[in-house]
Design a binder for this molecule. Structure first.
Ligand SMILES: Cc1ncc(C[n+]2csc(CCOP(=O)(O)OP(=O)(O)O)c2C)c(N)n1
Ligand code: SF4
Length: 236
């Protein structure tokens, strides 16, 4: 850890403020507020809000396919009071915030599937994981293999926007390979389904989610539609 190393080099004569001294929070990301507080610039926040900008929460872009996934999922999940949707890291994490508030957890890349598996194995029903295409190839595949090996009762939604959107629209390692990957990991071919998340398809997507939730094993739904931002960039 950088803080420990610097302490070691400089010795006790130089006070080092950081996570070890609790001047910064032990966990979580550094943001301007907590750095300003650690520097003693402010007790709360040193940044003045711009007068002509109305603060608002981050949101999925208009027309984003993740929106249609969450709308369908929310309507189905409302039918199951015990349902939990385990989230992951990417643009679709914004599904934790209003207006959707679909996701119950977001821990680290790939954790949605392993958390859903653990919850399902402990008796939770339905246990649903939502993971992006890039996150799935980063570290979701291993959890899916575990779930297949133990026939856990989970429904995995790989929300495939054909890119790594959150970090700027880089290529995604598994593009065009997701169905084969899931089959290769042993998911039953009858329970690997691809849909196009557009508003007109929401009723059909809801029906599919219901069916797959009620399949007692691992099922994978792949809503696939390109990110609006990469489409825009290509047009330019
Ligand atoms: C271990 C780790 N590596 C890298 C990142 C940076 N990162 C944040 S989201 C993301 C990928 C998101 O892509 P995807 O799952 O396809 O979702 P999208 O943003 O396209 O909806 C990455 C690489 C991270 N959060 N954690
Ligand atoms: S950048 Fe793409 S994936 Fe992210 S919210 Fe916007 S449209 Fe959706």
């Amino acid at each position: 850890m950088v803080e420990e190393e610097i302490k070691g080099i400089l010795g006790a004569a130089y006070p080092i403020k950081g996570r070890l001294t609790s001047d910064l929070p032990r966990t979580g990301e550094l943001n301007p507020d907590c750095v300003a507080k650690a520097l003693g610039i402010s007790s709360e926040c040193s940044f003045q809000e711009a007068e002509n900008v109305v603060p608002r929460r981050p949101q999925l872009c208009p027309g984003c396919g993740h929106r249609d996934v969450y709308q369908a999922l929310n309507e189905v999940v409302a039918e199951y009071p015990e349902a939990r949707v385990f989230g992951d890291i990417g643009c679709y994490t914004l599904g934790a915030l209003p207006p959707f508030q679909t996701l119950s957890s977001c821990i680290d890349m790939g954790a949605s599937i392993t958390m859903a598996k653990g919850a399902a194995d402990a008796g939770l029903f339905p246990a649903i994981a939502v993971i992006g295409d890039s996150t799935f190839t980063h570290s979701g595949m291993t959890g899916l293999l575990d779930a297949v090996n133990e026939n856990s009762n989970i429904t995995v939604i790989i929300s495939d926007n054909l890119t790594t959107a959150m970090t700027g629209g880089q290529d995604s390692a598994g593009t065009n390979k997701f169905e084969s990957i899931c089959l290769g990991l042993g998911v039953n071919p009858d329970h690997v389904k691809v849909v196009t998340p557009i508003p007109a398809n929401i009723p059909a997507i809801k029906e599919l989610i219901r069916e797959e939730i009620n399949y007692p094993g691992v099922s994978v739904i792949i809503p696939r539609r390109e990110c609006m931002q990469t489409i825009k960039r290509k047009k330019k």
